[in-house]
Write a protein that binds this ligand. Structure first.
Ligand code: NAP
Length: 291
């Protein structure tokens, strides 16, 4: 059994990008720029945006962070996005979700220029992803595909079962792996909470992708021997032995499922670190296309 080291893959990707950016600098060219917009005081969002900024600085991207008050109006946010849509130093615009209730998230996502939509959430980019066109792909599911690629895990003709159908993980990862191209070309099944007999389906998986949000939901009797497990879940569970009072676990019962699997991602240190790596990668791709 091989543990898929997402932390290492993400570090490799950052190092590769750092090199490309230093080459741009050596040639006297401008560098890719990313702006993150944070509205309000959500603690998890603050941590996440801080991690993104740190990663941008590490690889040498131009990075900007706009912290706006929770009282910011939708009109003010739309105006700011328009400003960045027209800013030549900015190639990626990220609006940290969730937004305060009085702001319509769909309107905000649709206001971001699709060419700068480094989260890959704009309906134009989602549509292009579905029909297999080259576009900016959402970071977490793209990170899953990248992990499979970097570990040379064959997907062609394999049965991938995705548990979860969210717009940010389940649906996009299923779509990406369905495409008739290298690193994909899988036979994909998506299951969700309305499935009548989930286990019959998950047991057929050559590759099982869990994006459920329920701690250790996937048990060893739900998978077959030799399965590849990609655990997207990040769940806080109480743990009095930790200083923080909690620990992070995935959607898969790692201790038992790992005994049956050929490859498995841990939580933390599996899919999680890939999200920011793919965001940086998207900013670089957006820069190359906009130049
Ligand atoms: P979500 O929007 O809550 O979607 C969860 C999906 O799981 C839904 O489709 C739901 O089915 C399905 N589900 C829930 N309970 C189920 C059950 N008992 N049986 C079968 N299916 C069930 O969650 P998400 O945003 O996709 O996130 C999923 C997990 O990934 C979370 O733990 C989240 O924290 C994590 N995540 C990690 C990253 C990262 O590492 N960077 C990024 C995003 C998300 P229905 O549609 O029928 O309700």
């Amino acid at each position: 059994m091989t543990i898929i080291d997402g932390k290492q893959v993400a570090a490799d990707m950052r190092a590769e990008l750092k090199l490309k950016i230093s080459e741009l600098k050596d040639k006297g060219k401008s560098v890719p720029g990313l702006v993150a917009i944070l509205v309000g005081e959500d603690p998890a969002s603050k941590v996440y945006v801080g991690m993104k900024e740190k990663a941008c600085i590490e690889v040498g991207l131009y990075s900007k962070l706009d912290r706006l008050s929770a009282e910011t109006t939708e009109a003010e946010l739309l105006q700011l996005i328009e400003q960045y849509n027209n800013d030549e130093k900015i190639h990626g615009i990220l609006v940290q979700l969730p937004l305060p209730k009085h702001i319509n998230e769909d309107a905000i996502i649709e206001a971001i220029s699709p060419s700068k939509d480094v989260d890959g959430f704009h309906p134009i980019n989602v549509g292009k992803m579905v029909i297999g066109k080259d576009t900016l792909l959402p970071c977490t599911p793209h990170g899953v595909v990248e992990l499979l690629k970097r570990y040379n895990i064959e997907t062609k003709g394999k049965h991938v079962v995705v548990v979860g159908r969210s717009n940010i993980v389940g649906k996009p990862v299923a779509n990406m792996l369905l495409q008739k191209k290298a690193g994909a070309n899988a036979v994909v099944t998506i299951v969700h909470s309305a499935a009548e007999d989930l286990t019959t389906i998950t047991k057929q998986a050559d590759i099982l992708i869990a994006a459920i949000g329920v701690p250790e939901f996937i048990k060893s009797d739900m998978v077959k021997d030799g399965v590849v497990i990609i655990d997207v879940g990040v769940n806080r569970v109480e743990d009095s032995s930790k200083k923080s009072g909690y620990k992070l676990v995935g959607d898969v019962d790692f201790a038992n499922v790992s005994e049956k699997s050929s490859y498995i991602t841990p939580v933390p240190g599996g899919v999680g670190p890939m999200t920011i790596a793919m965001l940086l990668q998207n900013t670089y791709s957006a820069y190359l296309k906009l130049k």
